[in-house]
Design a protein around this ligand. Structure first.
Ligand code: L34
Length: 285
């Protein structure tokens, strides 16, 4: 029987604390932080995540503007919108929900956001700062994962961590944060040979590949800490499920995160933190 880390509960307590903090802002700074989320197209998963971000903003007392644009928007038009938001002094955070339609260069769009307003931590300068161990905005999902490990009292130093997935938004940055916490880190991916033999070495296994129930019980060392980043629709039932076969793995893990109610809500809570951080840094200038 594993300890289940509830991202739902942990994020709720983080949001309650932030709400207290934000309450003092109007008297202190004359306004509250303002987050602008840009959603291009109508992918149902993206709509759901962006709705979650608006709801969390309301809970924390952050002003949220969600701008919806057609999937046919040109790259030029999207870049012009970002320029406008960059120049708007009343905007503290800009988030362009990914993925973007294929005709738009994601990296170009991310790089166009002013680094000071990059609440995702995806801007090239923030990425560089992360890898150089300089102060930076940490990407929300990796930050949320480290918070969960901390909360569960998981010791990271000296442990073997295996990350499955090498994306810019989860796999690479979470591997870097685990490395900074003195884990011995392996990044596995679709081309890894004999993946089960690699993952069975893990004291801490982070799974971010986006394949429903990809990690089976034979891939997990008994007593391992298992962090499931996947949010998938079960092809049979249509319900949400993770990248880990939870029912089979939970009994042998020491700590595990559920889906839904695990990493997802933590991503959003950390986005609220990053928005407050960007706001406060701008106030200090
Ligand atoms: N720019 N794009 C940008 N920033 C991000 O931080 C994201 N991400 C990822 C996709 N694109 C992005 C998110 O917001 C993934 N992601 C995200 C956020 C929230 C949740 C999942 C992924 C979440 O709240 N998941 C709920 C279930 C939500 C549902 O019902 O659909 C959960 O309990 O896991």
């Amino acid at each position: 029987m594993a300890t289940v880390i509830s991202g739902k509960e942990l994020s709720a307590s983080m949001k309650a604390e932030m709400a207290e903090q934000v309450k003092a802002f109007p008297a202190k700074y004359g306004r509250v932080p303002h987050l602008v989320v840009v959603l291009v197209g109508d992918d149902p998963a993206s709509v759901s995540y962006v709705t979650g971000k608006a709801k969390a903003s309301a809970e924390v007392g952050i002003r949220n503007t969600t701008l919806r644009r057609s999937a046919e928007i040109s790259e030029e038009e999207l870049l012009a919108l970002i320029d406008e938001l960059n120049a708007d002094d009343e905007v503290d955070g800009i988030l362009v929900q990914l993925p973007l339609p294929r005709h738009i260069d994601e990296q170009k769009v991310i790089a166009a956001i002013r680094r000071e307003k990059d609440v995702d931590g995806f801007h090239p300068l923030n990425v560089a700062r992360l890898w150089l161990k300089e102060p930076c905005t940490l990407p929300c999902t990796p930050k949320g994962i480290l918070r969960m490990l901390q909360r569960a009292g998981v010791e990271i130093a000296g442990k073997r961590a295996v990350v499955i997935g090498r994306s810019n938004i989860v796999g690479l940055p979470v591997a870097k944060l685990l490395l900074d916490a003195n884990a011995t880190v392996t990044i596995a991916h679709s081309r890894t040979q004999n993946l089960p033999s690699v993952t069975r070495e893990a004291d801490i296994l982070v799974v971010a590949i986006g394949k429903p129930r990809f990690v089976t019980v034979d891939m997990v060392r008994p007593g391992a800490v298992v962090i499931d980043v996947g949010v998938n629709r079960d092809p049979q039932t249509g319900k949400l499920c993770g990248d880990v076969d939870y029912a089979a793995v939970e009994p042998i893990a020491s700590v595990i995160t559920p889906v839904p109610g695990g990493v997802g809500p933590m991503t959003i809570a950390c986005l609220m933190e990053n928005t407050i951080e960007c706001f406060l840094k701008r106030q200090a200038k």
